[in-house]
Design a protein around this ligand. Structure first.
Ligand code: NAP
Length: 282
């Protein structure tokens, strides 16, 4: 078993990104991302603070835009329209989930595609489907980057993706297809899911359910990518685990991502990369 060290790979990507931002600054190119939080979700606030720290370090302006949780959908759209037409704003990010009275899909699609650095809008997702240049949802992009930088062979392999969300499962499946894998997508209604997973050369797990995949799902020597992040308390000690039961699965794999320290650290790096791409095509 080889561990795919997301922390190490992320470190080297981060330093590449930092160099790029420094060069852009010499050309007087500044980048600004506006991060919209509707409401007061504590978990989102921690996530935003961590993101801001990385953005400050890399040299990209990170502007927090806090809006009240009772904001109407039309007022939120007005705010997004203002940011869309503000030339000093390169990128817009909306923290999800939004309060229940707001239709998430409506809102996401209101962000100009060229500022939709999270790649969740219909325009970017459609472009991904068509194989055009676009912003790829950051976690899916991070998985692809991890695999590329680990020299994992994808072409011709059977890749099973467990999970079909618009932000992880579907885009990562499209990326694997783009790399010439044969792709199967499983979800909560899939029959014989164990049998299907057992045929995977590459198993990408994004179920959102802690330790939902154990060794009985994994072919000997498979590559296993665990997208999940869950906090649990074991014997009074706080721990983080993934959607894969690492302890049972790891010894059966050729490569596996740990949680924490696998896919997780890649996501913010991809967001920074996309922000840079709003001003530079290099
Ligand atoms: P999601 O929207 O809840 O989607 C979960 C998907 O898994 C759904 O398609 C669901 O099927 C399927 N599923 C659930 N239980 C299943 C089971 N027992 N067997 C087979 N399929 C099952 O989750 P998500 O947003 O894609 O996120 C997935 C995981 O990635 C979560 O653990 C999340 O915390 C993590 N995540 C990590 C990062 C990061 O930066 N590392 C970023 C985003 C998400 P149905 O469609 O049939 O309901």
């Amino acid at each position: 078993m080889n561990l795919i060290d997301g922390n190490l790979i992320s470190k080297s990507i981060f330093s590449e990104l930092k160099d790029k931002v420094s060069k852009l600054m010499l050309d007087n190119k500044k980048i600004t991302l506006v991060d919209i939080l509707v409401g007061n979700d504590d978990a989102s606030k921690i996530y935003i603070a961590n993101k801001k720290k990385k953005f400050d370090e890399v040299g990209i302006n990170f502007v927090e835009c806090d809006l009240p949780d009772d904001i109407s959908e039309s007022d939120l759209i007005k705010r997004i329209d203002q940011l869309n037409s503000d030339d000093s704003v390169n990128a817009i990010f909306i923290e999800l989930p939004l309060p229940k009275h707001i239709n998430e899909k409506n809102i996401i699609d209101k962000i100009k595609p060229e500022k939709d650095v999270d790649g969740f809008g219909a325009n970017n997702l459609g472009a991904l489907l068509q194989g055009k240049k676009c912003f790829i949802p950051c976690t899916a992009h991070g998985i692809w980057e991890l695999m590329k930088r680990t020299d994992i062979e994808i072409a011709g392999k059977h890749c099973v993706v467990v999970g079909r969300s618009n932000i992880v499962g579907k885009p990562v499946a499209l990326l694997m297809l783009r790399e010439d894998a044969t792709v199967t997508i499983c979800h909560s209604k899939t029959k014989n899911i164990k049998d299907i997973c057992k045929t995977a050369d590459i198993l990408i797990v994004a179920t959102g359910k802690a330790k939902s995949i154990d060794d009985t799902y994994v072919k000997e020597g498979a590559v296993v990518i665990d997208v999940g992040i869950h906090r649990e308390v074991v014997d009074g000690v706080k721990k983080v685990c993934g959607d894969v039961d690492f302890d049972k699965v790891a010894d059966h794999t050729s490569y596996i991502t740990p949680v924490p320290g696998g896919v997780g650290p890649m996501t913010v790096n991809m967001l920074i990369k996309h922000c840079i791409e709003t001003v530079s095509n290099e």
